[in-house]
Design a protein around this ligand. Structure first.
Ligand SMILES: NC(=O)c1ccc[n+]([C@@H]2O[C@H](COP(=O)([O-])OP(=O)(O)OC[C@H]3O[C@@H](n4cnc5c(N)ncnc54)[C@H](OP(=O)(O)O)[C@@H]3O)[C@@H](O)[C@H]2O)c1
Length: 344
């Protein structure tokens, strides 16, 4: 198919973090458009989500923070419009893609992005650019977290079951024959998840929860818990999981600090480990990355994230406000190309 090369400007208006301390540390300002080198491509960006990890990176608290000033944003979607050379890059020109900005000089909250061709995944014809914007980080995390459990056919407890990723973990686990048990921290979330067909959802903020947790772990022989609170719940899990037990922490949503509970760690056969998608992804071959991306696109009922709003990049503060206030309402997408219509 013939692809008409669009003109590329020298400058673009991109989100730029210039300070971690000031309320004006994030601004949309003129920034140079990069030129792809060998093995890289230039993507005309369409949408990028605001993930919890993006919000953390704005405060300089993420696992990989670029030197100031930097364009934030970990994933997004768009169309490859230039290749800097190399077979993979040339094959992508003209293709709509989902992109990961892992360890790249620039993030996705910008109209143009230079990334290695290996960070792009072509979108199937039925997948919209809006859907493509959240196609990688949360779905791949759900897959990576559950991978060690898939052959064990056991019960798995997920501490943050509401929200985009929590719902995906429950659904991917159930799809693979695991017995999934979810926790939330508000009664309304418990009711909403039960209404959408998840049988076993518990409110970890309820006074009866600690006693419930002990009974649940025994009754369902729960050896593994996936935790995105990073708070005191981790200690409760270490005390009650069946042995050998393992808590995998992949998020820090709890605002409370949690001292490591020495007693269960010394006297029980339990352990805590962490999961970070960037590390997991780096260990996957190109073939495996593509295979996973195909699976994700074929299973929208499991891996699609609800979207609560599409907001132009120029209104970034409003977009961040929405993403912080209504975390359970779905992802906020930044619209990076003003010419897109809402159906794309
Ligand atoms: N390690 C990795 O590689 C990796 C990869 C992807 C995501 N993550 C992490 O996974 C977590 C979830 O991501 P997401 O995209 O699903 O976020 P999201 O769509 O913003 O949803 C977050 C959900 O967590 C709930 N929540 C907040 N604090 C909680 C607490 N203390 N206990 C229980 N639930 C709580 C929120 O409920 P409210 O509406 O009540 O606030 C909301 O439903 C984030 O921490 C993210 O950074 C980690």
């Amino acid at each position: 198919m013939f692809f008409r090369r669009p003109n590329v400007p020298e400058q673009m208006d991109a989100a730029l973090v210039s300070s971690f301390d000031s309320p004006d540390g994030l601004q949309v300002v003129p920034t140079a458009v990069g030129k792809p080198g060998p093995g890289e491509v230039l993507v005309r960006m369409a949408y990028a989500p605001i993930h919890p990890a993006d919000l953390v990176s704005l405060r300089g608290r993420y696992g990989a923070v670029a030197p100031l000033p930097f364009v934030p944003g970990l994933e997004g979607s768009g169309t490859v419009i230039r290749s800097g050379g190399g077979l993979a890059g040339r094959a992508l020109v003209g293709r709509r893609v989902a992109v990961l900005a892992f360890s790249t000089a620039q993030g996705t909250w910008a109209p143009y992005l230079v990334v290695p061709a290996s960070h792009c995944v072509p979108l199937s014809s039925g997948v919209s650019l809006a859907r493509g914007a959240t196609l990688l980080i949360n779905p791949l995390t759900a897959m990576g977290l559950l991978e060690p459990e898939l052959h064990a056919h056991r019960s798995v407890l997920v501490t943050v079951a509401a929200g985009a990723l929590g719902r995906m973990i429950l659904a991917w686990g159930q799809h693979n024959g695991l017995h999934m048990i979810g926790c939330v921290h508000r009664e309304a979330q418990r009711e909403a998840l039960k209404k959408s067909g998840h049988a076993e959802i518990f409110n970890a903020a309820a006074p009866e929860f600690p006693a419930q947790l002990r009974i649940l772990c025994r009754r369902y022989q729960i050896h593994c818990a996936l935790d995105a609170t990073g708070g005191p719940l981790v200690g409760q899990l270490l005390s009650h999981l069946e042995e050998p037990g393992r808590v995998v922490v992949y998020g820090l949503l709890s605002r409370e600090s949690a001292p490591l509970p020495g007693f269960p760690i010394i006297f029980r056969d339990v352990a805590v480990s962490g999961f970070w998608l960037q590390r997991w992804w780096a260990g996957r071959s190109l073939i495996e990355r593509l295979r996973r991306a195909v699976t994700i696109q074929m299973k929208p009922e499991i891996f699609d994230s609800p979207v609560q709003a599409k907001v132009p990049l120029a209104s970034i503060r409003e977009a961040i406000g929405l993403a912080v206030r209504n975390r359970s309402e779905g992802k906020v997408l930044l619209r990076l190309d003003p010419e897109l219509d809402d159906t794309e």
